[in-house]
Design a protein around this ligand. Structure first.
Ligand code: NDP
Ligand code: PYR
Ligand code: MG
Length: 764
């Protein structure tokens, strides 16, 4: 993608559909007059009075304990410099978003219009009662040091300047691991630090407390090497001033072992890099552009261990790995500060985690085949789900042991459980879907590529590397739309009406005729069918010219299903096809079946639909806990409709004893674990969170999924077609671009799975 296109994409992302990246959502009921009388006057007076009597009760009755203020004055925004408070807001909103998605902390961004240290400190102090913690961000040195020092002294909630300590913690963990790989000792290595600001000073201090010697360190600022004979040095810079008589980065870097960049882009040249010692460690962490471009550095020297602050190269050393988890641990024990012990605990937890075997889902999330501790993996990845379970407990424990925890944790097992729950499964499934598709993109026919939204989805699928699209439809329209979308990649376009497609059309018509000649088709009508896009597209997949197909955006489901069933047909191992919708809810994804095909399945058919749905959930990386829904619970009705579901359960319990499935059960008992436990403790679902719902008939399934979708405005993936011979999926009419992209990923993964099975079969 061109730089200009990336720029516009970033701007549109921030502007649409609503400006910015965060919003506030109520957590209590507010529907009725009674709710409002509790939420606000008169009920609200009660917690006010309790807190007035004992201020600590504020943690019990308000959200304070989970809110962190992300505060900046915009004087050192990333590596962009002093761009002002308003211009820093996107970064602060970004930090709030990261707080939420990684650690379930509500980050509130605050941009202060002052460069005056006293005013800044006073303002934050005045606001402090609102927050459980204060994350200072992108404030330039030396003011940042004084602001943080004073706030730490004067407030009794955790205060951390992220650019100082977040960066120091992550880079220290990465440095320890890199030194391990380079077989060097921190006490012996010569370290050059480019930058003498908030981040650089704090990192250097932490390296010293890990054993680095001051004599081996050289620090540079915008004026060059910080020498002890330089006049007017700040106290912080003096701490790292060198007695060596050198002035330039070039001189400093020669024969050094470690380069730490926390300054500005592109100041380390290949020539300088070549003068560093063997197995040099290069952390070029300036954002958004590092001190030396990753590819340029790797081209210059093969033996370096390289990291940047960016997510698009191996070894992202960025404070995103730290602040969400460090604050999580600090908040959870109501720590009065974030002290050295807590920081060291975080360093150790992160460094250790990188050496552990990496879960498959992390490999998939990053499109890697096998991440293992080594030069290209010295630090965990931000989307590693183990971070939330490892780092906060380490920080919380250190807070308790160092005497700053006001609410110590007693049950560590339960705390871990709570942490895992916080990591929320909602968007993970989409992320997983995309990464899994990207790991081996497949050729997917977009049968309605002359529709704007379908083409947009094909463009995203192509740009993101999810699929290799084939655009089927009116060539002129597709080309015009492509131009409008600036979709300038060379993508195959097939217009089945054109002269060029005649040969294929004839070949497909003959194959189709062979297939259907005893089902009433003539060669003549087979030829005319191949003019229809869904027949043509399906034949492309059938004949191996494509791996999968997406259609149905502009026509009714039933009119698209027919050609697909005629051409592709049902897989031999099943007696029917079925469809599943995955609803992305706040409690995680829920699989619903059958939402689009079987109108009134028999007990046997329901059992089969359940088995297919369970397989799909597993293919999505979820262990299925399945409820077969009814209007009745466990034998409470003898109506044939309830009996049918009971019979399906009997079949499943007999044939699939290990499958976690039960019913017939009503929806509320299925979804509410406590309620279910109180009434039906004997159920196979006891202690389980149900994530798969199989409905007794099409009406109930279809109505339910549409109801959830419209009322909750949740993301959906579906309808996912199960039980066909090929990876062909039919969209709901008018699907959104996101939904089409999701379904494209589903089609790709489906094709990947089929290929895997074919290979396994061939091996046998
Ligand atoms: N990867 C990560 O997680 C993080 C990366 N960073 C990055 O580190 C950089 C600095 O951030 P921060 O410390 O907050 O900002 P500060 O404004 O506090 O510090 C910037 C420092 O860079 C120095 N500098 C400017 N130009 C040069 C130069 N040509 N050579 C050497 N030093 C120079 C400045 O020198 P002087 O003192 O003379 O003005 C100053 O010491 C930014 O690019 C930021 O994006 C920061 C935090 C986290
Ligand atoms: C990552 C970060 O906080 C910075 O670059 O400023
Ligand atoms: Mg920052």
């Amino acid at each position: 993608m061109s730089k200009e296109k990336k720029r516009r994409e970033a701007l549109i992302y921030h502007a649409k559909p609503t400006p910015g990246k965060i919003k506030i959502v109520p957590t209590k009921p507010y529907a009725t007059q009674r709710d409002l009388a509790l939420a606000y006057s008169p009920g609200v007076a009660e917690p006010c009075l309790e807190i007035h009597k004992d201020v600590e009760q504020v943690y019990k009755y308000t959200a304070k304990g989970n809110i962190v203020a992300v505060i900046s004055n915009g004087t050192a925004v990333l590596g962009l410099g002093d761009i002002g408070p308003e211009a820093s807001k996107p970064v602060m909103e970004g930090k709030s978003l990261l707080f939420k998605i990684f650690a379930d902390i509500d980050g509130i961004d605050i941009e202060l219009d002052t460069k005056d240290v006293d005013k800044f400190v006073e303002t934050v102090k005045i606001m402090a009662p609102t927050f459980g913690g204060i994350n200072l961000e992108d404030i330039k040195a030396p003011e940042a040091f004084e602001i943080e020092r004073r706030l730490k002294e004067e407030l009794n909630i955790p205060v951390m300047h992220d650019d100082q300590h977040g960066t120091a913690i992550i880079s220290a963990a990465a440095l320890l691991n890199a030194l391990d790989l380079a077989e060097k000792k921190i006490e012996d290595v010569r370290i050059v630090i480019s930058g003498a600001g908030a981040a650089a000073i704090s990192c250097s201090r932490l390296y010293r407390s890990l054993g680095a010697s001051r004599e081996n360190m050289v620090m540079l600022d915008s004026k060059g090497v910080i020498r002890s004979d330089r006049p007017e040095l700040s106290a912080e810079k003096k701490e790292f001033a060198t007695d060596r008589k050198i002035d330039t980065l070039e001189e400093a870097v020669r024969d050094s072992d470690v380069f730490i960049g926390l300054s500005i882009a592109d100041i380390l040249t290949p020539a300088m890099l070549k003068t560093m010692n063997k197995n040099a460690i290069v952390f070029a962490m300036a954002n958004p552009n590092p001190e030396i471009d990753y590819n340029l550095a790797m081209k210059t020297r093969k033996d370096i261990i390289m990291a940047t602050g960016r997510s698009d190269h191996p070894n992202q050393v960025n404070n995103v790995l730290g602040f969400p988890f460090i604050f999580r641990g600090a908040l959870d024990v109501r720590a009065t500060k974030i002290n050295e012990e807590m920081k060291m605990a975080a360093v150790k937890a992160l460094a250790d985690l990188a050496k552990q075997p990496v879960p498959e889902q992390v490999n998939i999330a990053y499109g890697e085949t096998r991440l293992t501790f080594g030069r290209e993996y010295i630090i965990p990845k931000p989307f590693d789900p183990r971070l939330i379970a490892e780092v906060p407990p380490a920080v919380a424990r250190a807070a308790m042991e160092s005497g700053v925890a006001r609410a110590p944790i007693a049950d560590w097992g339960r705390y871990r459980e709570e942490l895992l729950q916080r990591s929320g499964d909602d968007k993970k499934v989409i992320r997983w879907l995309m990464s899994r598709a990207k790991s081996m993109p497949k050729k997917i026919v977009f049968a309605e590529a002359d529709q704007l939204d379908v083409l947009k989805a094909a463009q995203i699928a192509h740009d993101e590397g999810i699929a290799h699209p084939i655009l089927l439809g009116n060539r002129k329209v597709i080309e015009e739309l492509k131009e409008e979308l600036e979709f300038d990649a060379e993508i195959p376009i097939i217009d089945q009406y054109e002269e060029d497609s005649l040969e294929k059309r004839e070949a497909y018509a003959r194959s189709y005729w062979e297939l259907r000649q005893r089902k009433g088709s003539t060669l003549y009508n087979s030829r005319s069918k191949m003019r229809e896009r869904n027949y043509f597209g399906a034949m492309m997949v059938r004949e191996g010219d494509a791996d999968g197909m997406i259609s149905g955006y502009s026509r009714s489901y039933s009119s698209v299903v027919k050609p697909i069933f005629e051409v592709i047909g049902r897989a031999s191992e099943v007696s029917r096809a079925a469809t599943v919708h995955v609803m992305i809810t706040s409690r995680g994804p829920i699989f619903l079946a059958d939402t689009s095909l079987n109108i009134d399945p028999t007990a046997e058919e329901l059992a089969e639909i359940t088995r297919m749905t369970a397989n799909l959930a597993r293919a999505f990386n979820f262990e299925p806990n399945i409820a077969l829904l009814s209007y009745a619970n466990f034998g409470s009705s003898e109506h044939p409709r309830a009996v049918k579901v009971r019979e399906a359960i009997r079949i499943l319990h007999e044939q699939e004893p290990d499958l976690v499935v039960d019913g017939e059960i009503q929806t509320d008992f299925a979804l509410n674990r406590k309620l279910r436990q109180s009434q039906f403790p004997f159920s196979k679902l006891a202690g389980k969170n149900v994530n798969t719902l199989v409905f007794p008939n099409l009406e109930s399934a279809n109505i339910t999924y549409k109801l959830i979708k419209e009322l909750q405005a949740t993301d959906t993936i579906g309808p996912i077609m199960l039980g066909l011979r090929r990876a062909v999926h039919i969209l709901q009419m008018g699907a959104s671009v996101e939904e089409i992209v999701n379904m494209t990923a589903v089609a790709v993964i489906d094709a990947q799975e089929r290929e895997k099975r074919r290979r396994a079969k061939r091996k046998k």
